[in-house]
Design a protein around this ligand. Sequence first.
Ligand SMILES: O=C(O)c1cc(=O)[nH]c(=O)n1[C@@H]1O[C@H](COP(=O)(O)O)[C@@H](O)[C@H]1O
Length: 253
Amino acid sequence: MEKLTQRVQYANCLLCVGLDPVGDDAQVARRLAEVIDQTSEYAAAFKPNLAFFLSREDGVKLLRETVQRIPESIPVILDGKFGDIANTADHYAKFAYDIVGADGVTVNPYMGDDAIVPFARPGKMVFVLAKTSNKPAHSLQDVALTRGGSLSDCAATIARKLDEQHGGIGLVVGATNAEAVARMRRLTPEQWFLVPGVGAQGGDLQATLKAGLRADGSGLLINTSRALWQAADADLAARELVAQINQFRPVSV
Ligand SMILES: O=C(O)c1cc(=O)[nH]c(=O)n1[C@@H]1O[C@H](COP(=O)(O)O)[C@@H](O)[C@H]1O
């Protein structure tokens, strides 16, 4: 997580700019360039969501061009929610890191450790889905285990264990349930959380920060996608969001 930590310190921000492009080909190429150029100054990371690229003709080409446009100092997390046996996961990792040029990925832990480990390359970041932002997430993630805790607790514990073994492993924790953010923070006091759900999904920013910030005032990447894509002025929207976030954390520069 060194590149991320450096970027957060340098830019003094925890904003992750989500790139979920919609529109016709000409609009999308133009808007992607605009959003990247207008928000780079305020971005701790960018998170292109793979589905929005794969659903387009030449989507992989567009994704690679998008990543190339992002300044080198800003980490890129490819949101693919990958999750398959190790032999297959190896190929997803090659795609994300070697073809796309991402610095990190999101991974679905349902298949267990071997779905996660192939992504844990030196210098790369892996965000494991632990407690997601969608309402029906509870139907699976809140299931109580006979040994105690819930399935999302178990995902968090696996992520923590793998982080100790390999480094670079964080969690995905939605901003729509502050109590769950606090619980994940208790289980994993030191790890980075990628936190989507602010903006279009109505997550409570202040409650999320209060529940999830580490003792050092960092450790959260607050993602917003549609709210920036649709903003009349992405620069202003990003700046305002960073200011709101920084109200609740100690100033580091
Ligand atoms: O892994 C993710 O990024 C993710 C996890 C989660 O729990 N909830 C969630 O919304 N996401 C992603 O975060 C982005 C949220 O987009 P907005 O709701 O438009 O800000 C989308 O790309 C989602 O796929």
